[in-house]
Design a protein around this ligand. Structure first.
Ligand SMILES: [Zn+2]
Length: 152
């Protein structure tokens, strides 16, 4: 497990262990989407979704993400992804890109400048990690900074 809090950059390096890091690349699409979310993060309900992209040795590219859908649970302090549309997108992405672009993790927003995961977030992420078996990342978007955690 490794984590990082910083302003959003197209390339971020998650420290893994001493002297080693894992490269996380954000696509243009993802950079624009994050910037848009950041504008309303302090006043909106939390939002979130799945992250999709490509994994290579030592590197992971986040290509795009699902937005919050109407059946997700949203409040000022909570986002729970439960709308079936996320899974439908996952399925169609898998087919459309022939398995080259896949599930990379989860994102959600926090109504704060420098977001940190809650105990509930950590529990949820642990459950996702158990199911995944592949490198995954978790992203929290705040108004100024993003929190990125990798389970590499
Ligand atoms: Zn959270």
């Amino acid at each position: 497990m490794s984590s990082l809090l910083q302003n959003i950059e197209p390339i971020m390096y998650l420290p893994i262990k001493q002297g080693e890091s894992f490269k996380v690349v954000f696509s243009n699409w993802m950079m624009k989407r994050i910037a848009r979310i950041q504008k309303s993060v302090l006043t909106n309900y939390e939002s979130g979704g799945m992250l999709f992209g490509v994994i290579r040795p030592g590197e992971l590219t986040i290509s795009f993400a699902t937005p919050a859908y109407p059946d997700d649970k949203r409040s000022k302090t909570e986002f729970v992804r439960r709308d079936k549309r996320h899974l439908k997108v996952l399925d169609s992405v898998w087919h459309r890109f022939g398995g080259t672009i896949g599930y990379l993790g989860e994102w959600h927003s926090h109504p704060e400048c420098d977001p940190h995961p809650s105990g509930v977030d950590k529990k949820g992420w642990n459950a996702v990690e158990k199911k995944s078996g592949k490198p995954i990342v978790f992203l929290i978007i705040g108004s100024e900074q993003v929190y990125l955690e990798g389970r590499i």
